[in-house]
Design a protein around this ligand. Structure first.
Ligand SMILES: NC(=O)c1ccc[n+]([C@@H]2O[C@H](COP(=O)([O-])OP(=O)(O)OC[C@H]3O[C@@H](n4cnc5c(N)ncnc54)[C@H](O)[C@@H]3O)[C@@H](O)[C@H]2O)c1
Length: 312
């Protein structure tokens, strides 16, 4: 474990509750602040439900689910914490007010990471007197199961803060990447947005149904992408000549496809089309059951990949 044994989670909804479970599993204590009624019960129940998957993944060897405390203010919650994960609603005034409240209560070495998906680091830094210890630490939902964390600092961030965040997340078993330039959506969400845009276009233009487009992804490229990224995979797509040969063979093909890709908007009509298309294949199975099935599959894929890396 890195030197950080006590953490804080600010905002414990979908993302904060999941981070809480992972931090606890790693053997750290967690101080939670969330002003919503019933937050404590919801977080405890989330942690209880997440624990079996964390155990199966080997991420809960050192942890105890009861090492969590709940606090009346954010300033109280951050006291003594070496790492603070912020997950309050995606609204700048809410984030700024929180940063202003905690800034003077932080330990001198504490690092604060924001889970923000849409707001940029620069926008959030404006809420600090001194943003040196503040980084972006953007997870993928649910953070206790999906390894990726996108980390970003900039010229106003202390190098130490970025490195400390990276070491902390890696110690939790996360896979980290660095985002070097500020763009909306960071990296992974932009990739997702690009693929979803074309998925919607294919349905809207009558090429295939929602169910079949989803199937084309999960039974096709999605399966390969769980193993390797798109550029590495295409490096394997043209024999011993590798990526250079692939680009040489397929430049015209890809350039032609890119020109033809769609640019739909997520309007009310598009939403209606997608909802109807999804209902046709989900057969009324409740969202919670579908989510549980997704989580079980994510665990199984990761266990299979880990087995490849460390065969028994
Ligand atoms: N949901 C996702 O898929 C996802 C993925 C990655 C990152 N994120 C980011 O994580 C952050 C949280 O998103 P979420 O989906 O968990 O939202 P959410 O609405 O589920 O949770 C937000 C929580 O913050 C609490 N809260 C409100 N005001 C607060 C305050 N002043 N101090 C402390 N807590 C407060 C709310 O009571 C709520 O429990 C956002 O910045 C979002 O962009 C979300």
């Amino acid at each position: 474990m890195t030197g950080i044994s006590h953490t804080a989670v600010l905002g414990a909804g979908v993302i904060g509750a999941s981070w809480t479970a992972l931090f606890l599993a790693s053997g750290r204590s967690v101080a939670v602040y969330d002003p919503a009624d019933g937050a404590e019960e919801r977080v405890k129940s989330y942690v209880e439900q997440a624990w079996p998957a964390l155990t199966e993944l080997g991420l809960a060897k050192h942890g105890r689910p009861d090492q969590v405390t709940f606090h009346k203010t954010a300033a109280e919650a951050v006291q003594g914490a070496g790492f603070i994960q912020e997950n309050v609603p995606e609204r700048l005034p809410v984030k700024h007010a929180l940063f202003a409240e905690i800034e003077t209560a932080l330990d001198p070495q504490a690092v604060v990471a924001s889970s923000a998906s849409g707001l940029t680091l620069g926008q959030m830094q404006n809420g600090w007197e001194n943003p040196a210890r503040f980084v972006l630490g953007h997870p993928f939902n649910p953070p206790h199961l999906i390894p990726l964390v996108e980390i970003m600092g900039n010229s106003k961030t202390g190098t130490q803060a970025v490195e400390a965040a990276e070491a902390f997340y890696q110690d939790l078993g996360k896979v980290t990447i660095r985002v070097n330039k500020e763009v909306p959506g960071h990296v992974a969400n932009r990739l997702q947005a690009a693929v979803w845009r074309e998925a919607i276009h294919l349905v809207a233009s009558g090429v295939a149904s929602v169910g079949d487009v989803d199937k084309a992804m999960s039974a096709g490229p999605g399966l390969r992408w769980a193993a390797m990224g798109p550029t590495a995979l295409f490096g394997l797509g043209a024999g011993p000549g590798g990526l250079a040969a692939f680009c040489d063979h397929f430049a015209d093909t890809f350039n032609g496809w890119w020109e033809d890709l769609g640019t739909p908007q997520l309007t009310a009509e598009t939403t209606q089309m997608l909802v109807e298309g999804l209902n046709a294949v989900s057969h009324g199975v409740p969202v919670s059951d579908q989510a549980a099935r997704r989580d079980a599959m994510i665990v199984a894929i990761q266990l299979a990949l880990r087995h490849m890396e460390q065969p028994e």
